[in-house]
Design a protein around this ligand. Structure first.
Ligand code: SF4
Length: 344
């Protein structure tokens, strides 16, 4: 007996070039946030200078025959930038778009920093995707983390972005104060209800100099451990898989001085791959429905993470009675399982 199910493989196209504007437009520094460390942009030269360098780099890409990337304004609250900077970024971005040096524009912002007028201007300038730093839809967690907005506003912002015709990205912060595994999974379901184009899971870290670091030092905050994070994100990832929505990032990239300032929290260089390995395992177990697994055929794209980091998932597969040689990779369009009766 065979059974199969779809595992969506999301190709990392287009390339995204981030243009970091740490804390720009932010009403205050959020409890956990250290954008200067996270983005590696500690001091920022004038925008005009940065755009000139960017244009030169994009010219080089074009000369090399590389596909035009998307340009993304990240690291702050883009829709709340002071007017002069906002207008400058919009004009400069549109100019790059018209010259064919980039193929798209996107930005990230807070859910309480949207207004119809700025959304219209984003659209007129060629922006197609807005990522919202929602972090959680849970009222109590939002209050505990002093985010400055509530559940209604977070949901309203997702709706507003979609209704204005943009693709939506939702960033969630599993493990932030008040966000348990259960709350996080509810957040993922809620985010998926807005038909986003992508999600990002950033497990909450304790970074030096933040308010959260003080709470952690006082024993008033404890981050998730790595095992909880891997297991919970795997369930969240599977929910996104089921909805055919891509999780484009899990965990912070080790940019700038991030690791030197990391005091505590579930950071791992291969977090995303480890989560996907667990999610795939969960999906197979779910599909088994009590049957015994004899062999597994997987699309080749899953080969990179199926056995997890340093083969950590081999024992999981063996627990299902599956020898490594019974797992094959090839040009399969779906995950195919050879099964025999019931396992028990
Ligand atoms: S979490 Fe977002 S809104 Fe808060 S300080 Fe960081 S970039 Fe600004």
């Amino acid at each position: 007996m065979t059974r199969s199910f779809v595992w969506h493989v999301f190709h990392p196209a287009p390339t995204i070039i981030p243009f970091f504007l740490p804390f720009a437009g932010c009403p205050f520094h959020c409890l956990y946030c250290a954008q200067d460390l996270v983005t590696g942009e500690v001091s920022s030269p004038p925008l005009s200078f940065r755009f000139e360098s960017l244009r030169a780099a994009l010219d080089v890409r074009r000369l090399r025959g590389q596909t035009p990337p998307h340009l993304a304004f990240y690291g702050g609250t883009f829709t709340a930038l002071p007017e002069a900077d906002f207008a400058f970024c919009l004009d400069a971005g549109q100019d790059l778009l018209e010259r064919g040096l980039i193929s798209g524009l996107r930005c990230s912002t807070r859910p309480d920093a949207l207004c119809a007028e700025r959304l219209k201007r984003l659209q007129a300038s060629g922006f197609t995707l807005i990522e919202l730093g929602i972090q959680s839809f849970d009222e109590a967690a939002l209050a505990k983390t002093c985010r400055g907005y509530g559940k209604e506003q977070a949901e309203g912002a997702c709706r507003m972005v979609r209704e204005a015709g943009f693709a939506l990205g939702v960033q969630l912060l599993p493990g932030m104060p008040g966000v348990t595994a259960r709350v996080f999974l509810r957040d993922v379901r809620k985010a998926l209800a807005f038909s986003p184009s992508c999600l990002r899971f950033y497990p909450c870290l304790v970074l030096a100099g933040t308010g959260l670091a003080r709470l952690w030092q006082q024993g008033r905050y404890r981050p998730w451990d790595l095992a909880t994070t891997l297991a919970t994100l795997a369930h969240g990832y599977l929910l996104a898989q089921d909805a055919a929505v891509s999780v484009i990032r899990m965990g912070l990239a080790p940019q700038g001085d991030l690791l030197q300032h990391l005091l505590a929290g579930p950071w791992h260089p291969a977090l995303g791959a480890r989560v996907m390995a667990r999610a795939l395992y969960l999906a197979v177990v779910r599909e088994l429905a009590g049957a015994r697994l004899l062999a597994l055929r997987l699309p080749r794209a899953l080969q990179g993470f199926c056995f997890g980091e340093k083969g950590e998932m081999r024992s999981f597969w063996q627990r299902l009675g599956l020898a490594p040689s019974a797992i094959r990779f090839g040009a399969y369009g779906q995950v195919e399982m050879d099964l025999a009766g019931k396992r028990f």
